[in-house]
Design a protein around this ligand. Structure first.
Ligand SMILES: C[S@@+](CC[C@H](N)C(=O)[O-])C[C@H]1O[C@@H](n2cnc3c(N)ncnc32)[C@H](O)[C@@H]1O
Length: 322
């Protein structure tokens, strides 16, 4: 590996090396979100097939008053901290309602994507000039420790958009436990979970008719070309998504259309692909209410309230430390 790379690029290079050397090959979904990936994800959120955004939007619009009561918990001051905030478009529905009740809130967005944070801070400064907004760029796994703040108002930690679905079950429990470790007893977690449903509704959300989800996945190969000097020929890979109803998980892959060799200069290595060999790109886990309550108990929380959309597609779950 080249030693002249920045620490961030070095980590990207190391993860790409590990993923493309493994059998089966894989790439980490956290690298989807360079500027182009963030822009494509904003397009995905507007797709009719990507029902998740509409469901969470509906829950926030319908239940904003109850959510506010649960967050304020009789006092009014609290800090909203959003992990993997994206462009904050759904969160703005809640903030708009909250600011009609109190001025005593602040909002911190944590995201790995500078493009997402720039879009969010610009939008929020226009929409909510009185709101204190803090943007922190970084990996939420690394930033957790700095969330400990005993003298500050109560924390509402939000992890929306079913982001948690990209983790394995064990990673989810470990993640929730590390969140618990930086929370005070009166803090709460507000989570978005995509629920199990007809597989014929789920699959198009990850494989839409206009090919935006395909472009989003393929962009990671272009990112490797741009940042690590790869020579992936994007036309020689195709995107494929499926849903495994027994495990309740949607999976996305990039499939090599032909036998080929790909050179990545930052790694000083080439990688061989058999015809129809797959790179595993992403898991998007779907949940039942029972699984959500098991996860809460296993991670040191209890469910205070669940908010569900009209079609029973999606659940925002509010957790309190046990
Ligand atoms: C699926 S999008 C969801 C965005 C937003 N929460 C929503 O519901 O619309 C995931 C977001 O998490 C960010 N992200 C992914 N992995 C991350 C990580 N390890 N640390 C910080 N942010 C991350 C991405 O940049 C992206 O903005």
């Amino acid at each position: 590996m080249r030693t002249s790379l920045s620490p961030e690029l070095n980590q990207f290079a190391a993860d790409v090396l590990a993923g493309l050397s493994a059998s089966p090959k894989f790439l980490s979904s956290k690298y989807f979100y360079d500027d182009e990936g963030t822009r494509l994800f904003q397009e995905i959120m507007k797709l009719p097939e990507y029902y998740l955004t509409g469901c969470e939007h509906e829950i926030f619009s319908t239940h904003a008053a109850e959510i506010y009561r649960s967050f304020a918990n009789c006092g009014s001051e609290f800090d909203l901290i959003e992990l993997g905030a994206g462009d904050g478009s759904k969160t703005s529905v809640l903030i708009d309602h909250f600011l009609h009740q109190t001025e005593k809130i602040s909002y911190t967005a944590i995201d790995i994507s500078q493009e997402a944070l720039d879009t969010l801070t610009f939008k929020f400064s226009e929409e909510f000039p009185s709101l204190k907004v803090f943007a922190r760029r970084g990996d939420y796994f690394r930033i957790l420790e700095s969330l400990k703040s005993p003298d500050k108002p109560r924390k509402i930690i939000m992890f929306l958009g079913s982001n948690i679905g990209n983790f394995s079950r064990q990673q989810s429990v470990d993640f929730f436990r590390s969140l618990r470790a930086v929370m005070d007893d009166s803090d709460v977690l507000f989570l978005g979970f995509d629920l199990q449903k007809d597989p014929r509704v789920i699959v198009p959300a990850y494989d839409d008719a206009d090919g935006v989800t395909a472009a989003f996945n393929l962009n990671l190969l272009s990112r490797i070309n741009r940042e690590l000097g790869g020579n992936f020929d994007i036309d020689k890979f195709s995107h494929y998504a499926n849903y495994r109803p027994v495990e309740g998980s949607a999976r996305s892959y990039l499939i090599s259309r032909e036998r080929q060799s790909v050179q990545i200069s930052a790694l000083n290595r080439s990688f061989e692909f058999e015809q129809w060999e797959a790179i595993f790109m992403e898991i998007s886990q779907k949940y039942s209410l029972k699984i959500i309550s098991d996860l809460a108990a296993e991670s040191g929380f209890r469910i205070k309230e669940n908010f569900i959309d009209g079609r029973n597609f999606y659940c925002n779950s509010l957790w309190r430390p046990l």
